[in-house]
Design a protein around this ligand. Structure first.
Ligand code: B16
Ligand code: MG
Length: 216
């Protein structure tokens, strides 16, 4: 059948992970504990609510639900301040060329992200119009590794799951793609992303040549 691509946002299209990290670290410091870059790896691809639970676990903090809701709001406000300063130059290497190539070849592609800020980020980067469909944290009831986000994207594109190729930087995202019966490409560490069908170290390796071979 007709092939299609589904792209994760954070860590694939743009490096927003650094801004998530800064905002979560500020929150941790405010609560009186440290939060390292290594610990931040645990939050990649994970929903906002689950991220707070992991963070509070690291700091060994037990808080009431109403305080947690307030902290989630504060973290997002802080994150949005960073996002607002972001521009087109922060799109990860090779991604712009690849999206334009797919567009030219009429190969459809969708976003498949856990982020509730995905649409805002794509607007900021001037990429919104390029995507044939967008499925993000507002559209799903279950988070990765559940395949819902990618299955919804395939449905919106009108393409069978087995014809979809997912590009992901998080282990939970690769698991979701595999559960959806899709081809998975991991961007990052081979050890972390060992379940992926293909692993590339960085987005610059996701070349037009690589894609041509894959869909040939
Ligand atoms: P938000 P992705 C994920 O985006 C991030 O990797 C993860 O760190 C974040 O907690 C999650 O989105 C929710 O983001 O707070 O903006 O709703 O990698 O699935 O594109
Ligand atoms: Mg990601």
């Amino acid at each position: 059948g007709k092939k299609a691509f589904i792209f994760d946002l954070d860590g694939v299209i743009v490096d927003t992970a650094k801004y998530h990290y800064l905002a979560w670290r500020e929150l941790a410091n405010q609560l009186g504990f440290e939060f390292t870059k290594e610990q931040n790896e645990q939050l990649k691809g994970v929903s906002r609510v689950r991220s707070l639970e992991i963070l509070l676990g690291i700091g060994n903090k037990h808080l009431d639900d109403d305080i947690k809701i307030k902290l989630l709001h504060e973290k997002n406000e802080q994150y949005l301040k960073y996002i607002a300063k972001m521009d087109h130059t922060e799109i990860l290497p090779g991604i712009d060329d690849l999206l334009n190539y797919l567009k030219f070849e009429k190969i459809p592609f969708s976003l498949g992200s856990a982020s509730k800020n995905a649409r805002l980020i794509l607007e900021t980067l001037n990429l919104m119009g390029l995507f044939d469909s967008i499925v993000d944290g507002n559209d799903v009831s279950t988070a990765k590794p559940d395949p819902e986000v990618f299955l919804k994207a395939a449905e919106k594109l009108g393409v069978q799951p087995q014809d979809c190729i997912v590009v992901e930087d998080a282990q939970a995202g690769i698991q979701a793609a595999n559960l959806a019966g899709m081809t998975s490409i991991g961007i990052g560490d081979k050890k972390v992303l060992s379940e992926a069908d293909f692993v590339l170290k960085e987005t610059s390796e996701l070349t037009i040549g690589f894609v041509q071979n894959l869909i040939a």
